[in-house]
Ligand binder design. Structure first.
Ligand SMILES: [Zn+2]
Length: 533
C-alpha cells in the first residue's frame, strides 16, 4: 500500500462531486488526492511519515477559486495608502498625512480604495497636501481624484481639447479640471506619472497578497486584466518556487488594441505551467453605475440626461471577439449596465453564427443588472455568469449611490444570481478584489443574507451549497480545469481548505464566524492557523 503524505480525518468533507458528495477523510500523496472516503479507509494509507490532521468535524472543501481578481494590481495597491475605511474628509486627511510622513522619500502620495461622495474637488485634496502630487483611486478602480499639483504635472489642469475614447476629465464651466477623473484613460493621464514599484518590491507585495489569499482558503484565481509582462511576473515567482496560488491570466483588449496585437494573447495561451496559465482575453464593455459610465438601456434613475456609451461598439466588439474565438481563446467581458450585458450577448450570438458553436465557455463579468429577456440567453449561448456577490448591497440602504443611480425599476433585476441560476446559467463566483474583499466567507455572507431592496424584488439569495459549488467545481469548469481541480476526488490536484466550523451547521447569519484553518495548495500546506489543527 502506498503511504500518504497528509491525511485529514474526522472532517465533514463537501466534495463538490455529485457522484460522491460526502466523506469523512481525505489522503494526499505529493500533489494529488489519493483517497476520499471513510476514516477507516484512510488509515490504511498511514505510515510513520504521514502528517495526520484531525478535522474535528469541520467542513473540508476543495480549495476556493476566485473567478475574478486583479492580483498584481491589487498587490501594488497594498503598497499605497489604504482608504477603504475612510468615511469622512477628516479620516482621509489623517490617513494621507500619516502615510505621506511614513513615505517621505516618495515623490507622490497615492491612495486607494476610497468610496464615492467623500471627496470630489482637487481643492479638498490641496488642503490636505498641496506640495506633493497626490492621486487617490476609488474602491472600484473606475474613478480617481487628483490634487492640483498632479493635474498640473499631467498637463490637464487646463482644457487642451484632448479627446478620450475611454475616459472623462471632469471640468468646471471655465474648462478647469475639477480633480475628478473617470475611467482608465483619464486616470492614466495622471497615474502614469506616478513612479511604479521596482521588480523586487512588486514581488514582495505579490507574495504578501498571495499569503493573505491562502489565509482565506483561496488556492486559485482568475486574473481579470493582464498581458505577457504581467504573466511573466507570476511565472518568475513559480520558477523561484515561491508561487502559492494557481493563476489564469488573460490578455486585456483595449479599444485601441489592433488585430496584430492579438499575437500577444496567442503567445500567452501557449503558457501552461503548473500554476500559471494563459488562454483568455478580457474586454471592458462599460464602466460602473457609480460614475455614470455603466451602459444602460433605460435612463439613470437619478440623472436622466446622463448617457454612457459602450467602450466597444457592437461591431467593434464582435469583430475582435470573433478573432479571439477563432483562435480558441476564452473571452470575458466586464458588463455592469443592462445595455452592456445585452451587447456582450449580442456579440457572442453573432460570433457563434459566423464561427460555429464550440466549447468556448465565454463569460460575462459582474452583470449588475440584467433584463429578464436576456437571462435565458446565458444557457442558450453557453455563456458563464461570473458574479461577485459582495458587490450587491446587503440591504438597499448600505449603498445609496448604487441604488439611487439604478432606481427601483431595476432592483428586481439587480445582481440577479438566483434569477440567472433559475434561467439555467452556470454561476462562477469571485470577489473582484480590490473592489471588494477577497475573503470568500465575506462574499458568501452577502450571498446567503442579502435582503430584497423592496417588496417587488424576487429573493436572490443563494444556498451555502450553491456558493461552494460556484467557488469550486463551477469556477474550475469556467477555466477549463474541471478534470483537474474544483472537486475532492481521487486523482485530482490536492487543493483543499479545512474550515473552523461545520459550515452547514451555522445559520446563514452566523457564517462570518467561520474562517479557513488550513489551506493546502498542490499538496503543500500554505496556511495553517496557529494551534488549530
Ligand atoms: Zn474586475
Amino acid at each position: 500500500m502506498p503511504s500518504a503524505d497528509i491525511i485529514i480525518m474526522n472532517a465533514k468533507v463537501f466534495t463538490s462531486d455529485e457522484s460522491n458528495p460526502g466523506a469523512e477523510a481525505v489522503a494526499v500523496k505529493k500533489n494529488r488526492i489519493m483517497y476520499v472516503g471513510t476514516n477507516q479507509g484512510a488509515e490504511s494509507f498511514k505510515d510513520q511519515s504521514t502528517r495526520m490532521i484531525d478535522g474535528q468535524g469541520h467542513t473540508l472543501t476543495a480549495g476556493f477559486i476566485d473567478s475574478h481578481v486583479h492580483l498584481l494590481w491589487g498587490a501594488v495597491w497594498m503598497g499605497n495608502a489604504q482608504l477603504q475605511q475612510v468615511e469622512t474628509i477628516e479620516d482621509l486627511r489623517n490617513v494621507l498625512v500619516a502615510f505621506a510622513d511614513q513615505n517621505k522619500t516618495d515623490a507622490w502620495v497615492v491612495g486607494r480604495g476610497i468610496r464615492y461622495n467623500i471627496v470630489s474637488r482637487r481643492q479638498e485634496l490641496d488642503e490636505i497636501i498641496a506640495h506633493r502630487p497626490m492621486y487617490i483611486g476609488s474602491f472600484d478602480g473606475h474613478t480617481a481624484w487628483a490634487n492640483t499639483k498632479a493635474l498640473e504635472m499631467a498637463g490637464i489642469l487646463y482644457n487642451d481639447g484632448r479627446e478620450m475614447l475611454n475616459g472623462i476629465i471632469v471640468r468646471n464651466e471655465n474648462g478647469l479640471a475639477t480633480g475628478e477623473l473617470r475611467e482608465n484613460e483619464a486616470m492614466d493621464a495622471v497615474f502614469a506619472l506616478a513612479p511604479i514599484p521596482d521588480g523586487n518590491r512588486k514581488r514582495e507585495l505579490l507574495k504578501l497578497a498571495i499569503q493573505e489569499f491562502n489565509k482565506t482558503g483561496i488556492t486559485s484565481v482568475h486574473n481579470m486584466n493582464g498581458d505577457m509582462e504581467e504573466l511573466m511576473v507570476y511565472a518568475a515567482l513559480e520558477d523561484a518556487g515561491e508561487m502559492n496560488v494557481r493563476i489564469y491570466v488573460p490578455y486585456h483588449i483595449k479599444p485601441e488594441t489592433t488585430e496584430a496585437m492579438l499575437k500577444e494573447a496567442i503567445e500567452m495561451s501557449k503558457i501552461k505551467m503548473d500554476y500559471v496559465r494563459g488562454g483568455a482575453v478580457k474586454f471592458f464593455m462599460d464602466g460602473v453605475w457609480e460614475s455614470y459610465t455603466a451602459f444602460n438601456i433605460h435612463p439613470y434613475a437619478d440623472l436622466r440626461e446622463a448617457k454612457a456609451e459602450p467602450i466597444f461598439s457592437l461591431e467593434h466588439f464582435t469583430r475582435m471577439a470573433s478573432l479571439c474565438d477563432k483562435m480558441g481563446l476564452q473571452i470575458a467581458v466586464h458588463c455592469c449596465g443592462e445595455g452592456a450585458v445585452r451587447q456582450a450577448l449580442d456579440g457572442y450570438e453573432a460570433i457563434q453564427k459566423t464561427n460555429g458553436k464550440r466549447d468556448s465557455r465565454h463569460r460575462v463579468e459582474h452583470i449588475e443588472v440584467c433584463q429578464p429577456e436576456d437571462m435565458p440567453r446565458f444557457p442558450e449561448l453557453g455563456i458563464i455568469a461570473s458574479m461577485q456577490t459582495s458587490h450587491a448591497p446587503l440591504r438597499r440602504e448600505d449603498d445609496i449611490t448604487w441604488t439611487d443611480r439604478t432606481g427601483s425599476q431595476r432592483w428586481a433585476f439587480a445582481f440577479p444570481w438566483r434569477s440567472l441560476k433559475n434561467a439555467g446559467a452556470k454561476l462562477a463566483l469571485g470577489s473582484d478584489w480590490t473592489v471588494a474583499p477577497f475573503d470568500p466567507i465575506f462574499n458568501i455572507n452577502v450571498a446567503l443574507n442579502r435582503q430584497k431592496y423592496d417588496e417587488s424584488c424576487p429573493d436572490q439569495r443563494l444556498t451555502l451549497e450553491e456558493c461552494i459549488l460556484g467557488y469550486t467545481r463551477d469556477a474550475a469548469y469556467t477555466e477549463f480545469m474541471e478534470h483537474e481541480k474544483g472537486q475532492i476526488r481521487q486523482g485530482y490536484l490536492a487543493d483543499l481548505v479545512l474550515f473552523s466550523h461545520d459550515l452547514f451547521e451555522l445559520k446563514p447569519d452566523e457564517i462570518t464566524a467561520a474562517k479557513a484553518n488550513l489551506t493546502i495548495m498542490d499538496g503543500r500546506i500554505v496556511f495553517e492557523a496557529q494551534g488549530k489543527t
